[in-house]
Design a protein around this ligand. Structure first.
Ligand code: ADP
Ligand code: MG
Length: 263
């Protein structure tokens, strides 16, 4: 009965295996210090951005670590009260993050801000690649009559670029985990039957609320627990197979019922 498929971007349409493309310290901040603080803080997070940043240098211990799903991470590194995350979120914590230049997202990369002791200390840009099977799987969903919608906490420029590449027209970018849930509810209120496909902690609430929640087997445990189906290989093509198989199963059940009553 599903007619709409909401797809998370990072780790669902894209590989989620991010790599760091640039490290830009703010004026007067040593490059090594920026890398050390950011990598140490991200070490304890399982977000794709965190895994890329954590690989920069050998981390040191972090105290009072906190993961803010869909926004970033915070904690104390070697006496510094540090934050790494979405530039708008770091700004909300009272840090003066530059809104132009290196602080903004590009078409092909996501920029996170690093701050400690109340000051902006630099940015780290990470990039991801689209899974080779995504475009075909999304086209196949269209053939089955399902409208694909991209839903991401990442910035508008990156989201639009990925959507264009895989053939998705409707895009919701810069959304918080709470907004992901609300978007699914709004679509349901329009009378749509919604499947949500995601992999992150930030997708869990939306996965649980959707009529059909599909998790990437390569994703987080929370996403897998909140969903109805898990795609073991983390390949979107198997979501298409699941819809086809379900429809075929239902057809067989109906045909058998008809024959049984007839008999
Ligand atoms: P998506 O919806 O694409 O899976 P998320 O909702 O997980 O993305 O994250 C949205 C944004 O929040 C990211 O683009 C990044 O700016 C920021 N963010 C989330 N988690 C982290 C983290 N561990 N480290 C740095 N930034 C993060
Ligand atoms: Mg994700």
């Amino acid at each position: 009965a599903v007619d709409t498929v909401v797809l998370d971007k990072t780790g669902t349409v894209t590989s989620g295996q991010m790599s760091v493309v640039s490290v830009e310290p703010a004026a007067g901040v040593p490059d090594g210090e920026l890398r050390l603080v950011a990598a140490s803080l991200e070490h304890a997070s399982e977000h794709p951005i965190a895994r890329a940043v954590a690989a920069l240098v050998e981390p040191v211990a972090v105290e009072s670590f906190e993961n803010h799903a869909g926004f970033g991470v915070s904690g104390v590194v070697d006496g510094r009260r540090a934050l790494v995350g979405r530039p708008a979120w770091v700004r909300e914590q009272g840090v003066d993050v530059p809104s132009t230049g290196s602080g903004t997202n590009g078409r092909d990369h996501t920029t996170v801000a690093v701050a400690w002791d109340g000051s902006f200390r630099g940015t780290i840009a990470v990039a991801d690649t689209i899974k080779p099977t995504s475009a075909k799987a999304i086209a196949d969903l269209g053939t089955l009559g399902l409208e694909p919608i991209l839903l991401t906490g990442d910035g508008r420029a990156v989201a639009d670029a990925v959507a264009a590449e895989v053939g998705i027209e409707r895009v919701f970018a810069d959304v918080t985990p709470a907004d992901k849930l609300q978007t699914v509810r709004d679509l349901q209120a329009e009378g749509r039957v919604v499947a949500m496909i995601g992999d992150g902690v930030n997708d869990a609430a939306a996965l649980a609320a959707a009529d059909l929640g599909i998790a990437m087997g390569t994703g987080t445990d929370v996403a897998i627990q909140a969903s109805d189906l898990t795609l073991v290989k983390g390949d979107l093509a198997t979501a298409v197979d699941a819809v086809r198989l379900s429809r075929a199963t239902l057809r067989t059940i109906r045909a058998n019922l008809a024959w049984a009553f007839g008999y």
